[in-house]
Design a protein around this ligand. Structure first.
Ligand SMILES: [Mg+2]
Length: 166
């Protein structure tokens, strides 16, 4: 099912060397908002920088693909020296395929890591990538966010039940 994440993780720190090796993940595309940082955090956190340094040391390329503005993405990614796409229109795959070509890897060796089913997971699955859903960092209580969660919950619950059976 195209909405279903392949993996559920609590947060990006669970992308350990062991996890990456076990699932043969050779490249990673990150969403920013609520995946790497909360909405109010303009720059990568110390934990993000540690993760990125670990990926670089392992020779795992990574990139940022966000549906947010150029200002948001530019400020976040300016010192990282990695491909970064703003207003990427996820779930559409344009930016994802650009990154795949930059990495020079087959889609099935690239993980898309994000917090949203209908943009990140749908986009990653349509692009043939490994999809990793993390729990959103900020649990925003707006009506829109609640509606979105309400739409996402059945998919996440179905995945949990599936994992429990295996
Ligand atoms: Mg997000």
């Amino acid at each position: 099912m195209l909405l279903m994440p392949q993996f559920l993780l609590p947060d990006v720190s669970a992308l350990t060397d062991e996890f990456l090796e076990r699932h043969q993940i050779r490249g990673i595309i990150f969403d920013i908002d609520n995946t790497l940082v909360g909405f109010r955090e303009p720059k990568p956190t110390a934990a993000n920088l540690e993760l990125f340094a670990r990926l670089k040391a392992k020779g795992i390329p990574f990139a940022i693909v966000s549906n947010n503005s150029s200002r948001r993405v530019g400020l976040f990614a300016e010192t990282l020296g990695v491909p970064a796409y703003h207003r990427s229109c996820k779930p559409l795959g344009f930016a994802l395929h650009k990154v795949r070509r930059t990495f020079g890897l087959p889609a099935e060796q690239i993980a898309l890591v994000g917090d949203q089913i209908y943009t990140d997971m749908l986009g990653g699955n349509c692009a043939g990538m490994i999809t990793v859903l993390v729990e959103p960092i900020d649990h925003k209580e707006t009506v829109f966010f609640k509606l979105k969660r309400w739409l996402e919950t059945p998919v996440i619950e179905k995945k949990r039940r599936k994992d429990a059976k295996e």
